[in-house]
Write a protein of this length. Structure first.
Length: 430
């Protein structure tokens, strides 16, 4: 079951509050401090019952719309905190209501606007009856749920692409206010919320549904693989950060294998290894020549072996990869050229010092970085390079990432580092 939460109230979400049934947060007023905004959004980040936050990879084709209403007494525009914006106006009523048992009643209807799903017989209020408010001083909350069921249909069941084997469902919740008090004026008696888009697919082993506008974060294990984390952090923070997956607002776009993605000039798909080839290998004059003093980590392998490799960022399996030309659907602001390929990236390597510590250094065999580059490549341990991303496959399936879906990369331990300095010297926080 995909549980969709919708809360209409004032300062209900804050630090220390967890709402397992809430998986999107909308604010009536986008003003306020960033910590307040992050705290409110974070309330929906907790794992619900059997579902991932925002993306329910383990859930079936049922969607539940949970709604909470409070008589705010003024107009409130609802806007998505992170992603796409949708505006809905709540009703304006007199500030002072004449007291009456059912001065203001609230009736809800639900529907699925574009086919592919059905809604339940009605709205299930927790109290078992249609909510009402007795006066302007009555500020109690009314909560309820509505069930939506995906019928299993997809865009093109005979296709192989992610876009073929998935379908977006638009869930609607409409409501009307009514009153039995002659002196009470309702300036807008009908309101609606949504549509809330839910996407269901048959791409992974089991079918499931997610909220596609949610951008999950992939956490790199900075303590176990500090060199890979430091390299990604450097490119994220020193180059143009709006392109490199630093936050949910500046995400990367996932590119699955060629069979699944619709990249390329004809939409037939593009291999992620083609991106890697242009950044790490390419023509003989441009390919990465691994430094002989690159630190190796055989202790990370059961065979106690290791070798050197090319670690690139942005990742090759993203549309932001510098190895993906714009003509193929790439989103990097300046992909590497045919002439120089990966030589145009920031060049680094990991080195072990005599005291047993490790450092990520500028590779002085290449031109010094101008910090106008749009990619990075680093001579790095193959064990570190591969194992730092070993959990990504389960991450993608858990959050049901499809072609061009967004995600960001969370890197811990560098909060005290200044990426704006001319010479970047940084110690990772334990």
């Amino acid at each position: 079951m995909v549980e969709k939460g919708f809360l209409g109230s004032v300062k209900v979400l804050g630090e220390g509050v967890d709402t397992k049934n809430c998986d999107s947060v909308y604010r009536a007023d986008v003003r306020g401090s960033m910590p307040d905004l992050v705290q409110a959004v974070g309330r929906a980040a907790g794992r619900g019952e059997g579902c991932q936050p925002g993306r329910a990879g383990s859930c079936s084709g049922r969607a539940r719309q949970r709604t909470t209403w409070s008589p705010a007494g003024r107009s409130a525009g609802w806007r998505s905190c992170w992603r796409r914006s949708g505006l809905t106006t709540m009703p304006t009523v007199q500030e002072q209501w004449p007291s009456s048992p059912k001065a203001m009643a609230f009736n809800v209807v639900t529907g699925c606007s574009n086919g592919g799903c059905t809604s339940g017989p009605g709205f299930d209020w927790e109290t078992g009856r249609t909510p009402s408010w007795s006066s302007g001083l009555d500020q109690h909350l009314a909560q309820g749920t509505a069930d939506f069921t995906w019928d299993g249909s997809v865009t093109n069941a005979a296709g192989l692409k992610d876009k073929d084997l998935s379908k977006v469902l638009s869930l609607l919740v409409g409501a009307s206010f009514s009153t039995d008090t002659p002196d009470l004026v309702v300036t807008q008696d009908k309101v609606s919320s949504g549509p809330f888009n839910i996407r269901c697919d048959k791409v992974y082993t089991s079918s499931g549904c997610v909220i596609p506008s949610y951008s999950p974060g992939y956490s790199m294990n900075s303590k176990k693989f500090p060199a890979a984390a430091a390299h990604a952090w450097l490119i994220q923070n020193r180059l143009a950060p709006e392109f490199f997956g630093q936050t949910p607002v500046t995400p990367l776009q996932y590119m699955p294998n060629k069979t699944r993605n619709a990249a390329g000039a004809s939409g037939a798909g593009r291999s992620e290894t083609a991106n890697r080839y242009r950044v790490c290998y390419g023509a003989a004059a441009n390919k990465m020549i691994y430094r002989t003093d690159t630190a190796l980590h055989p202790e990370l392998s059961g065979s106690n072996k290791d070798s050197r490799s090319c670690d690139e960022y942005s990742f090759n399996a993203t549309y932001q990869s510098a190895g993906m030309p714009t003509t193929e659907g790439g989103k990097n602001p300046r992909p590497v050229s045919d002439a120089l390929q990966g030589r145009e990236c920031v060049q680094t390597y990991e080195k072990k010092l005599p005291d047993g510590t490790y450092r990520l250094y500028d590779d002085e065999r290449y031109a010094a970085p101008t910090w106008d580059e749009t990619c990075g490549r680093s001579s790095m341990s193959l064990n570190v390079n591969s194992l730092s991303m070993s959990r990504f496959g389960s991450f993608a399936s858990t959050f049901r990432l499809l072609d061009k879906d967004t995600y960001w990369v969370d890197i811990d331990g560098f909060q005290d580092c200044d990426a704006t300095a001319d010479v970047i010297k940084c110690a990772q926080r334990p």
